[in-house]
Design a protein around this ligand. Structure first.
Ligand code: PMP
Length: 423
């Protein structure tokens, strides 16, 4: 039965029932938050050992260098080698940084804007316009960066196997299109995994701009919910083989593996790109926090240590994701007023409600004490043209709270839908 097919009296009956449920929901005076994809306290506890590492007697990296002192812009070899194995790329192409990969992404865009990249004819600020491809729905903080620099953001729809690559191949014929955001595995917020074909086409396509860059933000490379890790293509080697060695700025971090905000970030790219980065990073600072890098190398032990930790995260996250999906299915499944993704990894579920009702769902939830990520936030400038998308982030709250919040969200989705249908 679809809500859209109901007779007027049936719809009225349902509307009365949903309104009653909503009043009951409000009477509970909830205070629940499903907004940001933060790890829970339980997950953070998995990495408490990091707080005591590397330990006061072991402050030398593999090369014998004292990590307490200044220097080594590219980060210590211990963690670079370990992480290269996790990602499946050559350690020579990996730099280890401070705690935030987002900071590096901001720097890359900022420096391309101010100085131009190693392949630029001029600084991007001297271009008449810089256009940037944004697969939607996408990560709000990515879009905030390109908005900050005044880039014209061009939306491309996210399909089941990655962004619409036909559209991308057409857009890159424009020399003002300088780059693109990408979250290739378990994407934020859809959970989509880019197919091999999409990745190969992105690596191989000819672009009018010689300095076109793809920010390959592999923030969820190992964040499986079911223990299965998808293929993680080495886009650095792949793009080199296709004749575009400098195409990818590959990002990664341990933020949602160990301690969010106190982990280690990584930037992987061609030697030329890394040299360009270092030529400016070396002016911005003397070197990264190598003490924390050594702490992480010791904590993980090896790449298998990372995978074992991710299985513990999966054990904590999977029941929460399953609860969200089960509630959506049982409360909304029969009405055909919403669709949702069923990701096998990552931190988010995308919920598409009846067109034109996402903002209303958000308001109704807020009034009932359930905070959702603002409708539209997964789109450039915070505007969802269809007003249909809501990003759900089930990681942080305890399971019981998720169940309560999602049951409330389902009521809000139904109420907004019956309102929209005039009942
Ligand atoms: N990229 C994506 C796609 C993310 O979802 C997040 C965290 N929400 C980040 C980057 C942030 O990474 P970091 O903590 O390394 O800055």
């Amino acid at each position: 039965m679809s809500l859209l097919d109901l007779e007027t009296n049936e719809l009225k009956e349902l509307a009365a029932d949903v309104r009653g449920r909503y009043e009951e929901l409000k009477a509970k005076n909830l205070n629940l938050d499903l907004t940001r994809g933060k790890p829970s306290a339980e997950q953070l506890d998995f990495s408490n050992e990091v707080l005591g590492l590397p330990g006061k007697d072991t402050y030398r990296d593999k090369t014998g260098a004292d990590v307490r002192n200044y220097g080594n812009l590219q980060g210590i070899v211990d963690i670079r080698e370990l992480w290269a194995e996790v990602l499946g790329v050559d350690a020579a192409n990996v730099i280890a940084g401070d705690s935030s990969s987002l900071n590096i992404m901001f720097d890359l865009i900022s420096w391309a804007f101010t100085f131009g990249t190693n392949d630029s004819e001029r600084a991007w600020r001297e271009e008449e316009a810089v256009k940037w491809i944004c697969p939607v729905p996408g990560y709000d903080r990515h879009f905030a960066i390109t908005e900050q620099f005044g880039f014209e953001m061009v939306s491309v729809p996210m399909l089941d196997d990655g962004p619409d690559v036909d559209a991308i191949e057409r857009l890159v014929q424009d020399p003002q299109v300088k780059g693109m955001w990408a979250v290739p595995l378990f994407g934020n917020p859809t959970g989509v995994i880019y197919s091999r074909e999409v990745v190969e086409r992105l690596a191989a396509m000819e672009t009018a701009a010689p300095d076109f860059r793809i920010v390959w933000d592999n923030a969820y490379a190992v964040h499986t919910l079911d223990g299965e890790l998808p293929e993680n293509p080495d886009v650095i080697a792949l793009s080199a083989a296709k004749g575009h060695p400098n195409r990818f700025w590959y990002m990664s971090s341990t933020s949602k593996i160990t301690l969010a905000g106190a982990g280690v970030s990584f930037f992987a790219s061609s030697q030329e790109n890394l040299d360009w980065y270092a030529s400016i990073a070396g002016i911005r600072g003397i070197g990264p926090n190598k003490v924390n890098q050594l702490a992480h190398a010791r904590f993980f032990g090896d790449a298998e240590g990372v995978r074992a930790l991710m299985r513990r995260h999966a054990g904590s996250l999977e029941p929460k994701f399953r609860a969200v999906i089960d509630i959506l299915e049982s409360r909304l499944g029969e009405f055909s007023v919403a669709r949702w993704t069923q990701p096998q990894g990552g931190y988010f579920i995308s919920l598409d409600v009846l067109d034109g009702t996402a903002t209303r769902v958000w308001e109704l939830a807020k009034d009932a004490g359930i905070t959702l990520t603002k409708a539209g936030s997964a789109f450039p400038h915070g505007v969802d043209p269809n007003d249909r998308h809501i990003r759900l982030a089930p990681s942080l709250p305890p399971l019981a709270e998720i169940v309560e919040a999602m049951d409330g969200v389902a009521t809000c989705v139904l109420l907004a839908a019956v309102e929209k249908l005039g009942a």
